[in-house]
Every structure is written in C-alpha cells, then in structure tokens.
Design a protein around this ligand. Structure first.
Ligand SMILES: Cc1cc2nc3c(=O)[nH]c(=O)nc-3n(C[C@H](O)[C@H](O)[C@H](O)COP(=O)(O)O)c2cc1C
Length: 359
C-alpha cells in the first residue's frame, strides 16, 4: 500500500478546495518526495504481450498527468502497468493563460485547455536518462510547439529525441488545445506525417510508434485513419483524446472552453474505439481511454476493442486506490467469463458498442 493511496481519502477534500492546477502541482510534488514504494503484484491471467513488452495487466496512465516525466516510477508504484509521459514539445512552452484546468465535480469530469505547457525535450530526456536502469514501461507522448514552422518536423525531432529512452512513442495529433493540430488526422496530412516518421524509423532502431486520435471523427475520417495507419504499419492507436463536444453536463464549469474528459467522454470514446476496432480488427492493437472510472467501464472498453487501457480523470476523484480496484475487478470478470486471458474478450462486443454515443 503506497503512502499516496493511504493519504488520498484524507487529502482529497483539501486538494479539492484548491484550484485544479494548484492541486495537481501539489500532487506531483508530493509524489516526487514520497518514499519509494514497490508496485503491487498483479493477479495472474491479465498479462498483455504487446510491442515486445510484457504488461502485467492492461491499465496504464494516460498522457497529461506527468507531462515532464517527474513521477513515472511513483505512478508505476500505484499499480499501473505502464505510464505515458508528455505531451512534450521540442522547445519548452508555457501553454495557455491560467485558469485553464477545471474540475466539473458534479460530473466527475475535467475540462482542460492547458495548451501543451511543458519543459521541452531536453528536460524530459534528462529525467528519463536518470531512470534508465529501472524497470517499468514508460511511453513518451510527443507533440508540436504552438509556433512550429514545420509541425511534422517537430514530431520527427520527438521520435529522434526519445528513440533510446521511451518504451514506445505516441504521436499526439488530437489535442484540441493547439490550433490546427487535429488537421494532421486528415488523410493526406496523416500520410505525410507518418511517412516522415517511417523514414526516421527506417534509419535508426526506433521504439513502437502509436498514434492518438480524437473521439469525434466521422465515419469517413475513421476509414481514412484505419486504412492509412494499417498500410503504414504503425504499432497501435490510442482512442481517444478529450472532446470539444459537451454531452449533458450538470456542473457550472461546463461552458469553459477546452477538452472534456472523464465519464461524460465514455460513450463517445468507446463508440469511436468500437468503430475503429470493426475496421482494423486484430491487425492494429487499440488502446482504450476516455471515461474509465471502474472495473465495469474498463471491461467495456476491452469488449469494445481495447487491448490496453489508460485513465486520468477518475484518479482525480477516486484516487490511486482505484487502480487496484479496477485490476482486481478485471481479474474477477475474466474468471467469470471463463477466459484464459483478456485477449479472448478484446472486441467481442464491438458491434454493440459502436452506437453507444448515439444512445
Ligand atoms: C488535465 C489534462 C491534461 C491532458 N494533457 C494531455 C496531453 O498533454 N497529451 C495527450 O495526449 N492527452 C492529454 N490529456 C488527455 C488524456 O490523456 C486522456 O486522453 C483523456 O483525459 C481521456 O481519459 P480520461 O477520461 O480517463 O481522463 C489530458 C487530459 C487532462 C484531463
């Protein structure tokens, strides 16, 4: 049991009186100062072998929590099987003016318009180099500076910068807070982007390459993405980033500009996941993210087509004990389903989940 897990129920009311960004900063600082803890042992039967890596179970930390790689090992110690740090851009940037992060408490959701505030490649490289000898799967999520003259060039730099340090690299073309970034999801732009990254991958030994997409893509956009990413042999797709849509929300902050995450994103992101799974099947592994807040929602993502899972927002409301609850709950559900591994569950209800957002 980590200190963070013990302390969260006591600290949560205090943290939630602070503005969301100060609470997050305090959490990351406290984690960085906490004594080292060992990750709990995951129950057997949940292992995922993917990208030449062995994940103890499918649940990892989504990008944005640890943008600068300050606490990956502390987050692994909470029982997550992998951590994605970033988004990181070549040069440091301050992001949008504060306030830019909002808790929607009544919806257990978050709206953020951070705008890729981060310390840049060099700072993250230094931190990852320091933990090189450690075990634990740490992926790096890369982006482009807001004022980049060559956006695609920024991604190529990211791949180069983290080739020897990251367990995998995620190309983030779906953050709604960098104007124009999501245009890279269009067929021609995507082909040009992945083409240049593949040129780089052919030159050097690079880590597995994933692409992270938005939850609100049209059917034809999903067709193009599936076709392009299968043909260009990326290693996986993360579905999804936050949404600019505003499904029914009860919190007064609902009208803030930015990307929405947490349970109100679940239907949209799970439907996108299922629809993509129906296109790519087992040819390209999918990572399901968006609104996971329980073993039930985690299980549903797997049934919709996810081989791996990530979460962020639910940790803000439920704390680190949620990780173990989900892992144990997945183990129970696997046994009840009579499945030797989770692989048998992946995508088995994709047809049912494809219309989730419409219901
Ligand atoms: C405060 C905040 C910052 C985020 N920053 C990033 C980011 O830098 N890069 C990225 O790819 N996703 C980012 N995300 C999106 C998450 O990685 C995830 O895709 C999304 O929050 C949906 O998952 P959730 O509902 O479990 O939070 C951020 C999310 C939040 C709440």
């Amino acid at each position: 049991m980590t200190l963070a897990r013990l302390a969260f129920p006591v600290l949560r009311p205090m943290l939630h009186t602070l503005d969301a960004e100060s609470a997050h900063r305090l959490t990351v600082t406290a984690l960085s100062l906490a004594p080292e803890a060992k990750a709990p042992v995951a129950p057997p039967g949940l292992e995922v072998d993917l990208f030449g890596l062995r994940f103890a179970h499918p649940l990892g930390l989504a990008a944005g929590f640890d943008k600068n790689g300050e606490v990956p090992d502390q987050m692994l110690a909470q029982g997550l099987s992998f951590v994605e740090v970033g988004t990181v851009t070549p040069r440091p940037q301050s992001g949008n003016p504060r306030p830019r992060l909002f808790r929607l408490a009544k919806d257990e959701a978050i709206i953020n318009r951070m705008g890729f505030n981060n310390q840049g490649h060099d700072a993250l490289r230094r931190r990852l180099a320091q933990r090189r000898e450690r075990h634990g799967i740490v992926g790096v999520n890369i982006g482009a500076n807001k004022d980049a003259s060559d956006r695609v060039g920024d991604f190529v730099e990211g791949l180069k910068a983290f080739a020897g340090l990251a367990s995998y690299v995620t190309v983030n073309i779906s953050s709604p807070n960098t104007p124009g970034l999501r245009d890279l999801q269009g067929k021609d732009e995507l082909r040009a982007l992945i083409g240049r990254l593949n040129d780089e991958r052919a030159r050097t030994s690079s880590p597995p390459l994933l692409v992270k997409i938005a939850p609100d893509l049209s059917e034809s956009a999903l067709d193009d993405i599936a076709e392009t990413l299968v043909a260009m042999k990326v290693d996986g797709i993360i579905v999804s980033n936050t949404t600019l849509a505003r499904p029914k929300l009860r919190s007064p902050q609902a009208s803030e500009t930015g990307g929405l995450s947490g349970p109100p994103l679940f239907a949209l992101s799970t439907s996108a996941l299922a629809r993509l799974y129906l296109r790519v099947g087992r040819e390209l592994p999918l990572i399901g993210v968006g609104g996971i807040d329980s073993a039930d929602t985690a299980w549903q993502k797997i049934e919709a087509g996810a081989t791996l899972l990530q979460l962020y927002s639910a940790l803000v409301y439920k704390g680190p004990a949620l990780v173990n609850d989900i892992v144990e709950g997945l183990s129970l559900r696997r046994k009840a389903a009579g499945a030797a591994s989770l692989s048998a569950i992946v995508g088995r209800a994709a047809v049912a989940y494809q219309n989730l957002a419409g219901t």
